[in-house]
Design a protein around this ligand. Structure first.
Ligand SMILES: C[S@@+](CC[C@H](N)C(=O)[O-])C[C@H]1O[C@@H](n2cnc3c(N)ncnc32)[C@H](O)[C@@H]1O
Length: 384
């Protein structure tokens, strides 16, 4: 059941989307629907005031599961900052600010604090939450944190960092037939939003043929999605990084696995009050809408942006390579109960049935040669 405020918010978002569908002659591409449902100023999921992450929110991310995640990311950042002789960090989509806080505290311990920690955050509500997080947990480091509306104009050396942001980029949804490709969009049917196909444009049809070649023999009616913004968006947010690394964490697969024939309904995943489901047309403005990341596309983006693809591995192996065992010992400080709690959190981050295998880590390097411990234990680049 929705409370009154949620019901009003959802009704306003529906009304807005319905107007957009009507003014687009009754059919709106899913990519535009997802964009509006997530980002319409004042109404979209990321632009309006839902609680979103953690206890009482819609979903939980790795930094919210355990401070071990941020501590391991900090170790990886330290290797890069050390090779550069210092630098700044740009985090995109910082959520509650937990990862930023843990990375800064970890880097402080390691004596490698960045000159600046920028946060590129689209949600005004989450920016406020991030400010509170820093005021509460690291008041002495607050002056290093700056918020941005756009990637920095000036060139900088250091790192770009993003956890679970790429999955929110709007995707094109398509349906495959041996003789034609359709793009799926949203229409109004009996006052409800419903899926409806249209013949795909040449661009969408060509993109789908490439994916079909990678995935295998699709049956008639195979449905999936791809993210046309992935390459331009990642190139644009990393453009001002002169020397350093970009680290990406998210759930996803290499293209040949993403588009396997048996994955015939794509990977769209919505989150509402800690429940995951596959219907993005309900609760617009109140629920998160995501799709898995095609990591082959992200590898192509690294080349397009002039980076070297330096590592690709599962979250589990990234954390093992970043010495999560050592972080557990340090954080527990000899307390057996603390150690047991941390071991439990580590299991959630690392077990294959939890976040360990679905989530991957990818590293890009620009103008820098350094071997990254987080990627040293397992190299999955050959799968891309
Ligand atoms: C799923 S949350 C992940 C938050 C955090 N990184 C974590 O791991 O807990 C997605 C975050 O990305 C932000 N976001 C989504 N799309 C964005 C965009 N296009 N540009 C910048 N931030 C974005 C959201 O507001 C939110 O902070």
């Amino acid at each position: 059941m929705l409370n009154d405020a949620q019901a009003r918010h959802c009704a306003r978002m529906r009304e807005y989307l319905a107007e957009q569908i009507t003014s687009a002659d009754g059919w709106l591409s899913f990519e535009r629907f997802m964009d509006m449902a997530l980002y319409t100023p004042g109404m979209g999921y990321y632009s309006a005031g839902a609680h979103k992450l953690g206890v009482g929110g819609d979903f939980t991310t790795a930094p919210e599961v355990s401070r071990l995640f941020g501590a391991c990311v900090a170790r990886q950042c330290a290797e890069i900052l050390s090779a550069l002789g210092g630098g700044s960090i740009l985090e995109i989509g910082a959520g509650s600010g937990r990862l930023a806080a843990d990375v800064l505290l970890g880097l402080e311990r390691l004596g490698l604090l960045p000159a600046r920690y920028w946060i590129l955050e689209i949600s005004a509500d989450l920016r406020e939450r991030q400010r509170r997080q820093f005021a509460q947990h690291l008041p002495h480091l607050q002056e290093r944190v700056h918020w941005l509306d756009q990637p920095p104009e000036e060139y900088f050396d250091g790192l770009v960092l993003a956890n679970e942001v790429l999955d929110a980029l709007p995707v094109t949804r398509f349906r495959w037939h041996p003789d034609k490709v359709e793009e799926l969009g949203v229409v109004i049917d009996d006052s409800r939003f419903a899926w409806a196909p249209r013949p795909a444009s040449v661009g969408v049809a060509l993109a789908c043929r490439r994916l079909a070649e990678a995935g295998g023999a699709w049956d008639d009616g195979y449905v999936s999605e791809y993210c046309p913004r992935l390459i331009p968006w990642t190139c644009s947010v990393t453009r001002s990084l002169r020397t350093g690394a970009a680290l990406w964490f998210d759930y996803g697969l290499p293209r040949s696995q993403y588009y396997l024939p048996e994955r015939h309904d794509g990977t769209l995943l919505c989150h509402f009050r800690q429940r995951a489901h596959g219907d993005p047309l309900i609760y617009p403005g109140l629920q998160d809408i995501t799709a898995w990341v095609d990591y082959t596309s992200l590898a192509e983006a690294s080349r397009a942006a002039g980076f070297t693809l330096s590592g690709f591995t599962t979250q589990s192996f990234f954390l093992a390579g970043s010495r999560i065992d050592h972080e557990m010992q340090t954080m527990a400080g000899g307390d057996a109960n603390q150690f047991a709690r941390l071991a439990n959190e580590a299991r959630q981050l690392m077990l294959p049935g939890e976040m360990g295998e679905r989530f991957k880590a990818m590293a890009w390097l620009r103008g820098l040669e350094v071997s990254l411990s987080g990627f040293a234990m397992q190299d999955l680049r050959h799968t891309l």
